[in-house]
Design a protein around this ligand. Sequence first.
Ligand SMILES: [Zn+2]
Ligand SMILES: [Zn+2]
Length: 402
Amino acid sequence: MDPTSQTIRQQFQRYYLEPARRITGPQAMANREFGFLLFKEKFMVRHRAFRTSEQLLGAIRDLVPAHVYFSTARYKEPTAAMEEKGWEGADLVFDIDADHLDTECKPTHDNWKCKGCGNVGRGSAPKICPSCKNDRFDEQTWLCEKCLHQAKEETVKLLDMLYSDFAVDPSDLRIFFSGHRGYHIHVYSDELRTLGEEERREFADYMTAQGLDPQLHGLLERPIEGVRILEGPAMGQPGWRGRIVKGVFDMLGGDLEKLGLQPGHVKVLKEFDRNEIFRKPVWSLFKGVDLATWKDLVSKSVENAKIDTVVTTDVHRLIRLPGTLNGHTGLLAVEVQSERLDDFDPFTESTAFTESMKVHVKEAPRFRLGTEHHGPFHDESVTLPAAAAMLLLCKRRAEPAT
Ligand SMILES: [Zn+2]
Ligand SMILES: [Zn+2]
């Protein structure tokens, strides 16, 4: 193990060994599979099960893992091999991560290096390397206040969708900060638990507006006395109907030139008083903008949910256990009460380490943890509050100072 990993592991061990430490297992914990990613050689211990939270904490104290996971699924035999576990359903889980958001600040704090040819770039890594077509990268990301704020806003939108479109009961749902760059929403509902992968895919497609057809939401042309009249959904209608109109309203207030439309269409849209959109019927007032153009515009203007669809559709997923340390940051994954989501500050409420530590920082931007700001640092030894030092160590921006 390298000296940085050793130091991180020592700190994690001290944290978990505190006599007052408690960890709460998930609902139906005896039927869940647990997994631990160890510091040593990134080895994964899987197929473990625990009857009580105390047993679980005991295992964490023994192993001192970098990451602690549990299955969204419930099994008859969680310790058996995958195909013999006896799947009994899985919570519906949504993952909203800054990795999947297109924030403007990313090029200032994230960068990538192609594992194939060594090509480098700023911001999120591309799907494939532009010079060698390789799809594997070393990525350096940062825990950024703006990115996390946006992830929270996306979480709020997703919650709205779950409540309004799917009538999910708020008491069946829990929200967690991942301890890194995003939020998780877990839905524990008897009706949704037994959904298969196909059905979860439909759920994810609906939320991400995949294949959204405005015609199925009431946007259509109807001949009235020989004239083709455009009809469509109205503001405030439930589900995608209202969301389509809201999207068009927002679009009309934005930069219409950027949409790649015919100049004639841009002119009509620009001259339109967008407050008219609250009037009904409104659609036929846009003279010369036809149904095909509207369908294109709707697809460009709707706000879809920014979720990692792989997480939602996988019914055997292992997901981070709240109350445990995230080895990417040294911060805690924590539950956020839904009424407190607005005020929740991940940079204050997820810190685990107190005291101070001396580290040698290679390179780090200015950042906030708690109420204190630190950095920027460039090749220097500094004594920092332990939470900040641990963040830099976990992010491989610093090494333990001797
Ligand atoms: Zn390359
Ligand atoms: Zn950012």
